[in-house]
Design a binder for this molecule. Structure first.
Ligand SMILES: Cc1ncc(COP(=O)(O)O)c(C=O)c1O
Length: 384
């Protein structure tokens, strides 16, 4: 096929872009899971639970594979509205709306509710899906320092006086494993009329008496305007629920573009999530075990000189600095049978490339001991 001027120029541009990505050590590749899982978000091991698999299979028999349309057209199924009712009750909210992914849920929430004259206060380390949603929303953007209550207070004083203000944060931060000061944020929002939006992606299934997240653990469900809850992490399936008042969820259904203009998820995922919630309700000890193992790993890392918080979540960052070093350490660990991935910019800020270790309930003390020993050797081998 003869080349046109356009194809040559787009080809040359992409060559230059890709060369630049490679030269910075930022090239990514697709790699199937191999070795001991220290990097997935399947914190409770539910993705392969027999009951979850069985109920998903049965639902395929009942409903077929695809939903065949948007839920607002021919894609609606009873199992979606049933799981939404169950999830809303689980979160202590009036209503829920299920999206095909957390990414799409965040796009819908922020593009729907943030209007032109509003202000959005936004944590500097919020997830890319929240950033993209914020960009689609109309509000004036104010980025505050990570988890900094005083900075939030200052921003509310300065910007939030007479305009509708939203405070957007993750509850458990995906790449740092630390928790937002939600109780303080909720009190500030209460006293100023700001609306609190909390992404619970990594807290659902891992925190709270029934495992619904940090909002439950801190008794803040009623103080939150909306929460976004991925079902693709600790619940082991996929998609995400936005929960909140019946009014807000009704508005999201009317206006959320990534909900309206997209084929509904396969109905079988609703059945799988229902089964995952059954397992969580019957076996709350999974959450206890998750935190016991996380505490054990954190202790081991601290004994070996790594700067990690003693008390913390199942997400344990090991910050290594440069991209090349992070990739080299990860490669050595992979060679020793541990599935650990290097996390680099733009996922994390420049100079903070890291291993993001995520603990899951299939691990044991013995595996974690071996991992820590191998990590110490790998870090020494690849220098500062
Ligand atoms: C904090 C946070 N929010 C949202 C998402 C997106 O959720 P999903 O994977 O369900 O699209 C992620 C995924 O990594 C996340 O870490």
């Amino acid at each position: 096929m003869p080349r046109t001027e356009e194809t040559e120029s787009i080809g040359a541009r992409l060559d230059a872009r890709l060369a630049s990505i490679r030269s910075k050590g930022l090239a990514r590749c697709l790699r199937e899971p191999e070795g001991i899982d220290l990097s997935s978000n399947d914190y409770l091991g539910l993705a392969s639970h027999p009951l979850v698999k069985e109920r998903m299979r049965a639902a395929i028999e009942e409903y077929g594979c695809g939903a065949t349309g948007s839920r607002l057209l021919r894609g609606e199924r009873r199992c979606f509205s049933e799981i939404e009712r169950r999830f809303a009750a689980f979160k202590g909210a009036e209503a829920a709306l299920y999206f095909s992914s957390g990414y799409l849920a965040n796009l819908a929430v922020l593009s729907t509710f943030l209007e032109e004259d509003d202000i959005v206060l936004f944590d500097r380390l919020n997830h890319a899906s929240l950033i993209d949603g914020m960009k689609l929303g109309g509000a004036k953007k104010v980025i505050y320092r990570h988890c900094d209550i005083e900075d939030v207070r200052r921003c509310l004083d300065r910007y939030g006086k007479d305009r509708q203000t939203f405070l957007v944060t993750e509850s458990l931060f995906s790449m740092d494993g630390d928790a937002a000061p939600l109780a303080e944020y909720a009190a500030l929002c209460d006293s100023t009329g700001a609306a609190l939006i909390v992404d619970e992606a990594h807290a659902v299934g891992a925190y709270g008496a029934t495992g619904s997240g940090m909002l439950e653990a801190l008794n803040l469900c009623s103080k939150t305007f909306l929460s976004i809850n991925s079902a693709g992490k600790a619940l082991g399936v996929s998609g995400a629920f936005v929960t909140g008042s019946a009014q807000a969820i009704e508005y999201l259904l009317q206006r959320g573009r990534s909900f309206i203009f997209s084929t509904a998820p396969p109905p079988s995922v609703a059945a799988a999530i229902d089964a995952a919630l059954d397992v969580l309700a019957k076996e709350p000890e999974r959450i206890v075990e998750l935190h016991r193992l996380s505490g054990y790993l954190r202790g081991l890392l601290r004994q070996n000189g790594f700067e990690v918080e003693e008390a913390g979540s199942q997400v344990v960052p090991i910050i290594l600095g440069g991209t090349v070093r992070a990739v080299n350490v990860a490669t050595t660990l992979q060679g020793a049978g541990f599935d650990v991935r290097a996390i680099r910019p733009p996922t994390v800020p420049e100079g903070t490339s890291r291993l993001r270790i995520s603990v899951n309930t299939k691990l044991t003390h013995e595996i974690l001991d071996r991992f820590a020993e191998t990590l110490v050797r790998a870090v020494k081998e690849h220098g500062a």
